[in-house]
Design a protein around this ligand. Sequence first.
Ligand code: NHR
Ligand code: GAR
Length: 224
Amino acid sequence: MSDFKTRIVVLISGSGTNLQALIDTIERGDIDAKICAVVSNVDNVAGIERAANHGIPAFVVNHKSFPNRESFDERMIEIIDSQGPDLVVLAGFMRILTPVFTDHYAGRILNIHPSLLPKYQGLNTHQRAIDAGDNEHGATIHFVTADLDGGPIIIQSKVSIEENETAASLAKKVQKQEHLIYPLVVKWFSDGRLQLIDDCCQLDGEALQKNGIQFDQSIHKLNY
Ligand code: NHR
Ligand code: GAR
């Protein structure tokens, strides 16, 4: 079947609430794209069920069945490329990818990370922000490169850290922002407005600042 919609493959490892936000936005007709497939490295996660509920094929590639990271990545590439994607979206995907993978999808792979990068790369970001005594935290969407959580930043959304904040309460606030900004960025990409050129993000042909666009509700309204 051929159509002109942007073809997206979403990679997950868990609950898939960001996947759901993308599915809902596409189903509302707000993004001219199609999620061709979901790929999870973990079996029986809620995100697979979410895909099934919307008629999206889901594949499981268990990283534990592979002798090394490269062979896992090669199998992932085979499955993803069988879908002919324009864009690969990491949405709570929890395996570090080798350059075999990141070079293959250079300029067409996005990740959402639960911190205000470059702060708190890696895992357990909410607790680390609380422990450091920070008064703000947030989420960042960036192009994925071989440099873990270090690729060019597209957008960030901030939340405040209150007294008595817990990692769980903070994660909930951050996720609410994630569900606003990921569909927005995927829309920009699908509309051909967002590009990675010479390691620099461009929106509508203009280079973005090093820490990307700072999201607020008014930007959101402007773009839907
Ligand atoms: N791969 C590359 N090359 N570059 C990035 O920017 C990536 C990436 C793979 C995943 C998501 C990232 C995040 O947003 C991401 C960005 C997993 C780990 C990790 O340590 C770190 C960062 C991210 C995802 N994973 C462990 C591993 O050994 C496994 C942890 C687990 O299973 O719980 O792969 O945070
Ligand atoms: C999201 O908060 C995302 O930022 C984070 O995991 C959650 C996934 O939620 N990603 C990472 O920690 C990547 N290492 P979801 O599965 O409900 O979309």
